[in-house]
Design a protein around this ligand. Structure first.
Ligand code: AFP
Length: 347
């Protein structure tokens, strides 16, 4: 559903009208959206960016997963950290680009009459992939930021406090830095999309209650990994490729952007199935994508739009995380296709 131009609410107005979003969570979502608008400005300027050495290219470092960091990965990470700190409602943050969590102590100079200091911390934990699809930066293809918000414990936050299944997320979303800059958001009551009005630096509601069709003729997977896949994925994809000549009885088309955020946005827009399965290249790792700041927020969005998301055997949102940078196999999108490939894993 697309509201007409003169009905468009901005993000602040939209959030204030939702009865299920407390004021401090609204504040956090605004802070994240403002940080992403800033990142969008850097992405859009590319080689013209007013930052020493420009923003394109490698930063000459690696993250905890051994991946080469791009300058834009680091710039985006710093912008989100600063926004999270300033928001004053967070207990801790975690990012793809940081080995450890970043706990926040909001205590200013609060000292009780007894002389002991009253520790203060916010109510939320923020997790993010600051720049998903960074291999696309140099080629000027859409990239994005993915985020997930959990509630925080009452006392000092530790990594253990982040170990909550995806069902406990209170909000999740992504921002796409493409021809348009889009924020796609859920707080557990459907999925809505906001477009950044770049001239006025304001996010306007442009699509309400996104919905993923249950059936699709489009799939997304990196086919170059085919020889490494497990048998259920081999079977499923060979049927899709055989199209009308297989039991599926219809032809399928394929798309792969190599930025999960962009592939998932296409699915939220017109349906499809996205897959990054476990494969034999790194047998000790269940897939490439990260559970807590990629698969969980995307699964929350997809389910809220009527789609499904599994690791091949279980619903992703039910998985109990065991470590911050844990990886997971992902099958998400149009319900009937996700059920088909999950069924093959369970046989
Ligand atoms: P980068 O952010 O390192 O480019 O990785 C992107 C990503 O995690 C995900 O967004 C893509 O779907 C996937 O990797 C692409 O992986 P392949 O390069 O193996 O196709």
């Amino acid at each position: 559903m697309t509201p007409s131009i003169n009905q468009q609410k901005n993000l602040k107005q939209f959030l204030s009208l939702q009865s299920n979003i407390p004021a401090d969570l609204q504040h956090l979502l605004i802070a994240v959206s403002e940080a992403c608008a800033t990142i969008s400005g850097h992405v859009g300027r590319g080689a013209l960016a007013d930052i020493a050495g420009g923003i394109l290219g490698s930063a000459g470092s690696e993250n905890v997963q051994g991946e080469v960091q791009k300058k834009l990965d680091i710039i985006s990470n710093d912008i989100l950290i600063e926004a999270g700190q300033r928001s004053g409602v967070l207990a801790a943050m975690a990012s793809e680009e940081m080995d450890e969590i970043l706990p926040l102590d909001l205590t200013s100079d609060l000292t009780s009459s007894s002389g002991s200091s009253d520790k203060q911390q916010g109510n939320y934990l923020l997790l993010f992939d600051p720049l998903d699809g960074s291999s696309n930066i140099e080629v000027n293809v859409t990239i994005g930021t993915i985020f997930s918000i959990l509630t925080a414990p009452k006392t000092d936050a530790t990594e253990a406090d982040f170990m909550q299944p995806g069902t406990r997320q209170v909000a999740a979303g992504y921002v796409l830095y493409g021809p348009q800059t889009l924020l796609v958001l859920t707080t557990g009551d459907g999925v809505n999309a906001f477009t950044l009005d770049r001239e006025n630096n304001v996010w306007l509601l442009t699509q309400e209650k996104l919905s993923i069709p249950a059936d699709t003729k489009e799939f997304a997977i990196n086919m170059s990994n085919q020889r490494h896949w497990e048998a259920p994925v081999q079977r499923y994809i060979s049927e899709l490729l055989a199209g009308k000549t297989s039991a599926r009885g219809k032809d399928f088309n394929m798309r792969w952007v190599a930025a999960m955020v962009t592939d998932v946005h296409r699915i939220l827009t017109r349906g499809g199935i996205f897959m990054y399965p476990r494969d034999a290249r790194e047998p000790d790792k269940p897939g490439k994508l990260r559970l807590m700041y990629e698969a969980n927020p995307m699964s929350f969005l997809v389910e809220q739009a009527g789609g499904a998301s599994t690791n091949g055997k279980q619903r992703i949102l039910d998985l109990q995380p065991t470590k911050l940078h844990e990886r997971v196999a992902v099958f998400l999108g149009s319900k009937n296709e996700v059920e088909q490939v999950t069924g093959y894993h369970l046989e």
